[in-house]
Write a protein that binds this ligand. Structure first.
Ligand SMILES: [Zn+2]
Length: 282
């Protein structure tokens, strides 16, 4: 009788303890890739909120009232920094002292804010997330740390995979739409010849288009990459009669489902598009 009762009590205790532990802190991420890494770190504990939804560019985004409310309820907010999510500078300043704000960018590569496109930096970001979450939710520290270790192992494998896959096209010259890939190109030693848009998210004028067409011909550009947020007609104008092709790169994973799988899918999507467009010339 007594021997049978003990396991029953133990089971009850575990059952009762589980819901309380599963309550994660209220956490918000600015953009899809940051949200994805955060989702991985919080797996089994909670689900973070995502601010930038619906395919917008973070460079010229306007914060919706629903997103502003999420910020007010948050315990922690993760963002890249003022050079990427300009729309968050004022709202976050207004929350100073009330919400823990974690800026992930540290500068470098001429202040390209698209830091997540280097998986080694993504691993550093994971480390910052683990530390910040354990700081406000010490009860789940071991879980955050275990998730962080699994994420870092995934990122090391992903980094090697990308390196191996891109090696055959590393010498093929191409243009990108906006200056978002310095970290990615530096990491995988790619032959980018620059960006079409001078300013983040702004289309080039007629003089620049003529200059770019000259460059495409003179430097034997194999591909001009656009992005989902930007006008595809521009790429068509640029490559017309040059022999270059065009394809789409999505550095934010806007077409992908939010969650832990977004980040590796986004990175593999970039590789697929690069190989597809640069491969035939390689
Ligand atoms: Zn950008």
């Amino acid at each position: 009788m007594v021997r049978r009762l003990v396991p029953t009590i133990l089971c009850l205790c575990i059952w009762m303890a589980t819901p309380a532990r599963a309550e994660g802190p209220n956490v918000v991420a600015s953009i899809g890739p940051v949200h994805s890494l955060l989702s991985g770190v919080m797996q089994g504990i909670g689900t973070p909120e995502l601010l930038l939804r619906g395919g917008g560019s973070p460079h010229d985004y306007a914060l919706k009232p629903s997103a502003a409310r999420l910020l007010h309820k948050a315990r922690l907010v993760f963002w890249v920094g003022p050079s990427l999510e300009g729309f968050l500078v004022r709202p976050l300043a207004g929350l100073a002292g009330k919400v823990g704000v974690i800026q992930l960018s540290v500068g470098g590569h001429d202040d390209d804010p698209h830091i997540w496109l280097d998986p080694r930096i993504a691993a550093t970001i994971v480390g910052k997330m683990v530390a910040a979450l354990a700081g406000v939710d010490g009860a789940n520290r071991a879980r955050y740390e275990a998730n962080g270790r699994a994420m870092k192992a995934m990122l090391v494998a992903l980094d090697k995979e990308i390196h191996d896959r891109l090696k055959p096209v590393a010498v093929v010259p191409y243009l990108v739409f906006h200056d978002a890939y310095r970290y990615f190109e530096k990491r995988y030693d790619l032959a980018s010849q620059g960006a079409v848009a001078v300013h983040e998210g702004r289309a080039p004028g007629a003089r620049r288009i003529a200059m770019l067409r000259r460059k495409i011909i003179d430097t034997n550009i194999a591909c001009v990459f656009t992005e989902p947020q930007f006008e595809p007609a521009l790429a068509t104008t640029l490559i017309e009669g040059t022999g270059a092709r065009t394809a789409v790169l999505d550095p934010l994973g806007t077409s992908l489902k939010a969650g832990p799988e977004l980040y590796p899918a986004l990175m593999r999507g970039l590789v697929d598009q690069l190989l597809g467009c640069l491969g035939a010339n390689g």
